[in-house]
Design a protein around this ligand. Structure first.
Ligand code: TNX
Length: 609
C-alpha cells in the first residue's frame, strides 16, 4: 500500500475547507458517478404538458416519475401509452444489465432504456439528479435539463445501509426519510436491526409481549449490573428515544415505500446474543400464562433455561442477554417470528429474500451450566462443548428458513464455528453454510487486531460476503478526534473520506491510521489473504452501519449518516476511481485531490432531501 499517509483525519478536514472550487458547469451532475456521462449540448424543457410515455412493464416507475415532478411543477405529469409526441419515454430494452439504464436527453425529449423496472427507476433517479437543486425548493412552471448521454449500471448488486432502531428508537418518518435519500443515490438494501438488548421494535401479532413488554426501555432495569455510566446503552429509562416500536401497519407502510423505490428491507432478529428484550418478553408471557394456570402452554416460547446458573458478561456488559439454544422452545419462537414476518411482507407485497439472525458477540461461559444444554449434549455425540452449539443452532435456524425459501443472513460470527483447539477457542468456517444460502456481513477488520483479512478469507472460502468494514463503513464512529464529535471510535475515526476512499477488492490499500489515529505499521498486512478471483465473485456488496447506542433522536441520526452516505453510495455503485489504481504515488495523490474536490463540490451544491 504505497498510498499510506494519503488520507488522515486532519488533512481531510483541512481539505474540506480548502477544497478546490470547481466551476459548477464542470461538475458531474449525477451521483454516484455513472459508467459514462457526456453532455451533448442544449437543453430540454419539462413543463406541465410534458407526457410520460411508458412500456407497460414500467407503469409503476412512470407513476413514480410523474408524481415526483409534481413537487416542482405543482401537479403530476400525465402518463400515456401513446408512443408519439415529445416527452419522457421509458422503454423496455433487452440486453441492458439488470439495474442498468441508458438515459438520453436531447432537444427531442428524454428517453430512458432499461431491461428491468429497477433499471428504469435508476434512470429516473439520474434524470432527477439533473434537475438543479434549487428547483426542488422553489416551485417552477418548467424545468430545464441539460442534454446528456448516460450509460450506467451498478458495480455491486447489494448496496446497503444498516440502521439500528433497537438501542434507541427512530420513528417511521425517519426511516421513510432515509429510504428516500437512499433511493436518490441508488442504494437498494435497508437492513433494519429491529431487536437487541435494549428493545424489540416490530409488532409480531402472535407474540404481543414482544412489543407490549420489550419495546419499553425499562424492562432492562434488573439487568446489566456492571455498566459504566459513560456507556451509551443500558437501562437509561428517562431517555425519550429509548422506547417505541412499529405497529404492523406502520411497518407495512415502510415496506411499501421501500418497494416502490426498489429497496429491499432485510429484518434483523438478533440471536442468540443481544437478545435481552426477547428473553424478557417471553419471560413475561410465561409468567402471565402460569398465573392463568396454563403451565404447559407457558413454556412453549420460553427463551431461557430457568435452572441455568451459568455466569457470563457480554462486551456491552450484559449478564443475561443470550437465548438458550438447547431449548426446543427457542426454535418454536424462531419459527413463530419468521411466519409472522412472512405474513407481514406478503401483505405489503414486499420481497423477503433473507432474514438476518444476528450472531455477533456471544460471550464466553454462556450455557455451560444449563441443564437443558447438558441433556442435549448427552443425547448428541456431535456436541462436545458449548462451541458446538453454535453449529447446532444456526444449522437449525437455516433449516427453518430454507424450508420457507428464505436465505439466512448474519454477522460474520455466524459463518464461523467456535471450537476448542488445544484448549483455545478457535473459529473455523462453517462448511454447511457456504454458498447461496448464507450472507455474511463482515465487520471486523480492526487495524492491528489480526482479523484484517477475515472478509477476504470468507469470500475466498465460498461465503457470500457483504463488506461492512468497521474501518470505513461504520456510521456510529466519530467523524474525527475531538471532544465535540459524537460517536464511538473503537474501530476508527471515520470522516466521509474513509467511505469515499474504500477500495472493496483491496481495502488494505488506503489503510493509514489505526483507531487511535496513529499511523499503522504496514507489516500488519504481511501474510494476509488477498481476494482470489473466486473470492471477488463472492463479494456481493457494501453496507454502511449505524449502530445506535449513542444515537438518540432524529437530528443525531441525520448527523451521523450525512454526508457519509454519499461516499458509501459512490463506492457501492461506481467503479474504483482512477487514483485507486494509479501506481505512481505523486500522480495518485494529484488524482485523488481532484476527484475528492469534485466529489465535495458536488455534495456542496446538492440539497439534502
Ligand atoms: C459492535 S459490530 C456490535 C454492535 C455495537 C457496535 C457499536 C457488531 C456486529 N456488533 O452490537 O452496536 O459494536 O459500534
Amino acid at each position: 500500500p504505497s498510498y499510506a499517509g494519503l488520507v488522515t483525519p486532519e488533512i481531510v478536514y483541512d481539505r474540506n475547507k480548502t477544497v478546490t472550487d470547481i466551476p459548477a458547469d464542470q461538475l458531474p451532475k449525477i451521483l454516484p458517478t455513472p459508467v459514462s456521462y457526456t453532455e451533448t449540448g442544449g437543453t430540454f424543457t419539462i413543463d406541465g404538458k410534458t407526457p410520460v410515455v411508458a412500456d407497460g412493464a414500467f407503469a409503476k416507475e412512470a407513476a413514480y416519475l410523474a408524481n415526483s415532478f409534481s413537487k416542482i411543477l405543482g401537479r403530476p405529469l400525465t402518463v400515456s401509452s401513446d408512443a408519439a409526441g415529445t416527452g419522457i419515454a421509458l422503454k423496455k430494452v433487452d440486453g441492458i444489465a439488470p439495474e442498468g439504464y441508458e438515459l438520453k436527453v436531447s432537444g427531442q425529449g428524454v428517453v430512458i432504456n432499461a431491461s428491468t423496472a429497477a433499471g428504469a427507476f435508476y434512470g429516473i433517479q439520474s434524470l432527477t439528479n439533473l434537475v438543479s437543486p434549487a428547483a426542488w425548493v422553489k416551485a417552477e412552471k418548467s424545468i430545464k435539463i441539460t442534454c446528456v448521454d448516460v450509460k450506467d449500471a451498478p458495480r455491486f448488486a447489494h448496496r446497503a445501509v444498516m440502521l439500528d432502531v433497537a438501542r434507541n428508537f427512530q420513528t417511521q418518518q425517519q426511516v421513510i426519510k432515509l429510504i428516500e435519500a437512499m433511493s436518490l443515490y441508488k442504494l437498494n438494501v435497508l437492513h433494519l436491526h429491529l431487536t437487541d438488548d435494549e428493545g424489540w421494535r416490530i409488532e409480531i401479532p402472535s407474540l404481543p409481549e414482544l412489543t407490549s413488554v420489550a419495546s419499553k426501555r425499562g424492562h432492562t432495569l434488573d439487568s446489566k449490573t456492571h455498566l459504566p455510566a459513560s456507556h451509551g446503552s443500558g437501562p437509561d429509562v428517562n431517555n425519550p428515544y429509548g422506547s417505541g416500536f412499529y405497529t404492523k401497519a406502520e411497518y407495512i407502510e415502510i415496506l411499501k415505500y421501500a418497494t416502490d423505490r426498489h429497496i429491499i428491507v432485510i429484518p434483523e432478529i438478533e440471536t442468540p446474543g443481544h437478545a435481552r428484550a426477547s428473553i424478557k418478553a417471553m419471560d413475561a408471557r410465561y409468567d402471565r400464562l402460569v398465573a392463568e394456570g396454563k403451565k404447559d402452554e407457558a413454556a412453549k416460547y420460553l427463551l431461557r433455561d430457568l435452572d441455568d446458573k451459568s455466569e457470563y458478561r457480554s462486551v456491552q456488559y450484559w449478564n443475561d442477554n443470550v437465548i438458550n439454544v438447547s431449548l426446543p422452545s427457542t426454535y418454536t419462537f424462531v419459527e413463530r417470528v419468521v411466519d409472522d414476518l412472512i405474513a407481514i411482507y406478503k401483505e405489503a407485497g414486499a420481497p423477503l429474500p433473507g432474514i438476518h439472525f444476528g450472531g455477533d458477540e456471544v460471550p464466553p461461559h454462556v450455557w455451560e451450566k444449563s441443564p437443558a444444554y447438558l441433556a442435549l449434549k448427552a443425547s448428541h455425540p456431535e456436541i462436545q462443548n458449548t462451541g458446538d452449539l453454535w453449529y447446532y443452532f444456526y444449522g437449525r435456524v437455516n433449516q427453518i428458513l430454507k424450508a420457507k425459501g428464505i436465505h439466512l443472513a448474519g454477522w460474520e460470527e455466524m459463518a464461523l464455528r467456535k471450537t476448542k483447539i488445544d484448549g483455545n477457542d478457535t473459529y473455523v468456517p462453517n462448511p454447511d453454510f457456504t454458498g447461496e444460502h448464507l450472507q455474511a456481513d463482515v465487520w471486523n477488520n480492526v487495524l492491528g487486531g489480526g482479523q484484517e483479512d477475515l472478509a477476504y478469507k470468507l469470500a475466498n472460502g465460498g461465503y457470500k460476503v457483504v463488506l461492512t468494514c468497521v474501518t470505513n463503513l461504520y456510521f456510529d464512529m466519530a467523524n474525527y478526534k475531538s471532544f465535540d464529535e459524537p460517536g464511538y471510535y473503537w474501530g476508527a475515526f471515520l470522516g466521509i473520506d474513509k467511505f469515499y476512499s474504500f477500495i472493496p477488492y483491496d481495502y488494505f490499500k488506503n489503510a493509514d491510521v489505526d483507531r487511535n489515529g496513529a499511523p499503522i505499521n504496514q507489516n500488519i498486512f504481511l501474510g494476509k489473504q488477498r481476494l482470489t478471483d473466486y473470492g471477488k465473485s463472492n463479494i456481493i456488496g457494501l453496507q454502511g452501519a449505524l449502530w445506535a447506542e449513542t444515537v438518540k433522536g432524529p437530528e443525531r441520526m441525520d448527523y451521523m449518516i450525512f454526508p457519509r452516505l454519499f461516499g458509501l453510495a459512490e463506492r457501492a455503485w461506481a467503479a474504483d476511481p482512477a487514483w485507486a489504481t494509479e501506481k505512481d504515488p505523486i500522480k495518485a495523490k494529484q488524482e485523488y485531490d481532484l476527484a475528492w474536490s469534485t466529489f465535495l463540490n458536488v455534495l456542496g451544491k446538492r440539497e439534502l432531501p
